[in-house]
Design a protein around this ligand. Sequence first.
Ligand code: AP5
Ligand code: MG
Length: 211
Amino acid sequence: MNLILLGPPGAGKGTQAQAICSRYNIPQISTGDMLRSATAAGSVLGQKVKAIMDAGELVSDAVILELVMERLGEPDCDGGFLFDGFPRTIPQAEALTSNGIVLDHVVEIDVSDEEVIRRISGRRVHEASGRVYHVVFNPPQVAGKDDETGDPLLHRADDTEETVRERLKVYHDQTRPLVEYYSDSTVRYTKVRGTGPVEDITKDVLDVLKD
Ligand code: AP5
Ligand code: MG
C-alpha cells in the first residue's frame, strides 16, 4: 500500500499516520520529521534548513527529493509506505511519477484554518519517534512525557501563531494545488473530515483504505 496523507499544517497527518502505519505495517515517511532529526543532529543539512523551517517556508524541492529517494531505497519500504507532508509542491509530485513510483491512494484530511490555529499552540511532540500529542485534545498519560519512553515532550519551534499563519499561506499557495492535481489523476483520491475525535477520523480513514 503506497499512500499519501495530504492536508494543511495541524490537520492531523502525523496523528493519523501512526494508526494507519501500524494497521498496514508500513513505514511513515514524514519529511518534516526527517528534517527535524537532521536539525537536532546538527548535520550540514540540518543547519541549512533550520531557518527555513522556523520561518514556515518550504525547503527546496531538490533537497526534499534527495531525502525521499534515499529513504525509499531502504528495505522497510518494499511492502509500501505512507508519505506524511510530502509531496508539497507540484514538482515534488511530478518527480514521484518520473521516478516510477506508483501510488494507491491519496487521502486528504480536511480541516479549516481556524481549527489549525486552535490546535497548534497546544501541540507537543516526541521528536525521536514523531508521536504527537495535544495538551487538551490528545493529552499524554503523564503531562509533558511521551507515553512509550517517558522522554520529555517538546514544543516545535515553528508552532507559534505567527509561523502557523505563514505555513497556512504557503499551504494554500503551493500545496493545495495538489488537491486538483491528484483529483484529476488516475490515483484514488478521498477527502475525509479532519475534525471530531481522533479515533473517529482514524476509523473513517481506515474504512476508505479498505474499499
Ligand atoms: P511538517 O512537519 O510536515 O509540518 P506540517 O505539514 O506543517 O504539518 P504538521 O506536522 O504541523 O501537522 P500534522 O498534519 O502532522 O498534524 P498533527 O498530527 O501533528 O513540516 C514542517 C516544515 O518542514 C515545513 O514547514 C517545511 O519547512 C519543511 N518541510 C517538510 N516537508 C516538506 C516538503 N515536502 N517540501 C518542502 N518543505 C518541507 O496534529 C496537530 C495537533 O492537533 C496535535 O497537537 C494533535 O494532537 C492535534 N490533533 C490531531 N487530530 C486532532 C483532532 N481530531 N482533534 C483535535 N486535535 C487534534
Ligand atoms: Mg506532522
